[in-house]
Write a new protein. Structure first.
Length: 194
């Protein structure tokens, strides 16, 4: 069972969602391959690849236990790097005349990160980024393609939540908290702005 939980955790990790989802949203927003690649790359690189590179470097240097940064106290620098990086992407999108959906996606990611940072360090509670990002993606996909997609992605949210608890990385409350922040803050903000 642990092997399957680890597989789900890796395949549906936040960095994968945050890298792939912008291309899907950009494709629907622009219906143009060049624009899809451009705007998807801005959000995917600033929201996922740059922060993940910093985390992997930290793992290599022994600063973090794994690329999931499971120790709450170690999450501050990755959070701050991601917030700065996403904010830079948001600026690029705004100055470059990106479609509203891409700005909405970037803003929703930025605000979600701020809320999760506040919970993690203000409340000293390790909210699940895995479940938060997956739940936020569920709402973004439902807004972009219709509510029927929420059911399919909802199953993925449940799988991710199960995997995090099964691996002992989060409690049930922490994954539920992640889902509420991801869907309620990130997803709803995307819906309101797009």
């Amino acid at each position: 069972m642990t092997r399957y939980a680890r597989l789900v955790t890796e395949l549906l990790a936040p960095w994968i969602w945050v890298f792939g989802l912008p291309f899907v949203v950009a494709a629907q927003a622009t219906r143009d391959l060049g624009q899809t690649l451009l705007w998807g790359a801005v959000v995917g690189i600033t929201g996922s690849l740059i922060p993940m590179a910093v985390v992997l470097r930290g793992v290599k240097q022994g600063k973090y236990d794994s690329h999931h940064v499971t120790i709450r106290e170690h999450r501050l620098i990755p959070f701050l790097v991601t917030i700065v990086s996403v904010g830079s992407g948001w600026l690029i999108l705004g100055l470059g005349g990106a479609p509203p959906q891409m700005l909405a996606l970037s803003v929703s990611l930025f605000v979600s990160l701020l809320v999760m940072l506040g919970i993690t360090f203000g409340l000293s509670w390790k909210v699940s980024m895995h479940s938060g990002v997956t739940a936020g993606a569920m709402v973004v996909l439902a807004v972009t393609f219709g509510p029927w997609l929420a059911l399919a992605v909802g199953i993925l949210v449940a799988l991710v939540a199960w995997s995090r608890v099964a691996l002992g990385d989060h409690t049930t409350g922490q994954v539920i908290g992640g889902v509420l922040v991801g869907a309620g803050v990130g997803g709803m903000l995307f819906w309101a702005l797009s």
